[in-house]
Write a protein that binds this ligand. Structure first.
Ligand SMILES: NC(=O)C1=CN([C@@H]2O[C@H](COP(=O)(O)OP(=O)(O)OC[C@H]3O[C@@H](n4cnc5c(N)ncnc54)[C@H](OP(=O)(O)O)[C@@H]3O)[C@@H](O)[C@H]2O)C=CC1
Ligand SMILES: Nc1nc(O)c(N)c(N[C@@H]2O[C@H](COP(=O)(O)O)[C@@H](O)[C@H]2O)n1
Length: 292
């Protein structure tokens, strides 16, 4: 029996207002009658904006513990989602054109980043994108490459900063390399981990993906990427967080945006609005949009 099972109509209807707009690659999207609640109005507006914008629709999604941790220790792949929320993740993956992680996730986790949702064909697979500025990740032998070779996923695209060294010719294992010059980090990009060097601007990453035909991106992690983007409400359309009923304990990898001040006073760093909760098995799933 597959580890990933179909979502119920109720679960699909719960997620639907937070999914990217447009024609779905997935043919079993529940047709939810239009409502006139604030969530639906907002979703319609956001959908219209995304179509016109030079940016793709961005969904930030991850699984965390009750102490806001996403793994037991740096580099330690940790299962937090139960079977029901794992199925939800694979359902979400079929509804996005791309799925993006940082190299800090790609190296230790060796993820598949495809969708194992029942009936997911190659055309429904998201394009895996890894932000790897310094070319630290070796695609050869990776699970991503194996899945692409077997036709169970698409070949990954890699985001790098321009190299001075002569590049190896691209091979089939890498679908595309996108080179973007790093910029001085904006204050909101200056998380503790990234503040010591120059970063690629997230707006440039997303614009480049849109220019390559990516209309929607599911950003899955890891901690650095998510923490940074939580401070960029202008770039993020939806947030879908799985909360597992467990505490990982001190020393784990925490998701937490950089501190924020207003007129010299500490204020909340980020907040969700238009929130909805639903229970999937033992886990709670919180959907919302970042307050601007
Ligand atoms: N529970 C969950 O849902 C998930 C958990 N995880 C966990 O998260 C952990 C990994 O988190 P973390 O170590 O923070 O790694 P990340 O995946 O967030 O990758 C961080 C690295 O990506 C590169 N990067 C990110 N943003 C930029 C940018 N704007 N410009 C240039 N480079 C950038 C940098 O690479 P470089 O260092 O080369 O400069 C950076 O160090 C793992 O333990 C993993 O298991 C991951 C995903 C989901
Ligand atoms: N939703 C979710 N729940 C968890 O418990 C997780 N550990 C993760 N991790 C993310 O999923 C990637 C693994 O994907 P594959 O199953 O290999 O396709 C991992 O790298 C994280 O991005 N997510």
């Amino acid at each position: 029996m597959s580890e990933v099972s179909e979502l119920s109509d109720l679960e699909k209807a719960f997620l639907q207002p937070y999914l990217p707009p447009g024609i779905s690659k997935h043919d079993d999207t529940v047709q939810v009658p239009l409502r006139t609640t604030p969530i639906d109005r907002s979703h319609t507006e956001i959908a219209a904006q995304a179509e016109e914008s030079s940016l793709p629709f961005v969904t930030l999604t991850y699984a965390c513990s009750l102490d806001s941790m996403i793994s037991l220790a740096p580099g330690l792949r940790t299962t937090l989602s139960g079977p029901e929320t794992k199925s939800m993740t694979h359902y979400l993956r079929t509804h996005h054109d791309a799925i993006l992680v940082g190299v800090g996730t790609a190296i230790p986790d060796d993820p598949g980043l495809n969708s194992r949702y029942p009936g997911a064909t190659l055309i429904m697979q998201p394009r895996p994108v890894v932000v790897d500025p310094e070319m630290r990740w070796n695609v050869n032998g990776s699970k991503l490459a194996q899945l692409a070779q077997r036709g169970q996923g698409k070949a990954p695209w890699l985001i790098h900063t321009p190299r001075k060294v002569e590049m190896e010719p691209s091979h089939d294992l890498v679908g595309k390399r996108i080179f973007i010059t790093a910029e001085a980090a904006t204050p909101s990009e200056q998380t503790q981990e990234l503040s010591k060097r120059r970063n690629i601007s997230w707006s440039a990453i997303l614009k480049n993906l849109k220019a390559e035909g990516i209309e929607s991106v599911m950003i899955e992690g890891g901690a650095t990427v998510i923490s940074t983007l939580l401070s960029m409400p202008e770039l993020v359309n939806s947030v879908i967080v799985t909360v597992a009923p467990t505490w990982l304990g001190q020393g784990g990898v925490t998701v937490s945006p950089a501190p924020k001040t207003d007129a010299g006073e500490r204020v909340n760093a980020a907040r969700l609005q238009e929130t909805t909760w639903h229970q999937f098995g033992a886990d709670a799933v919180l959907c919302g949009r970042l307050q601007l």
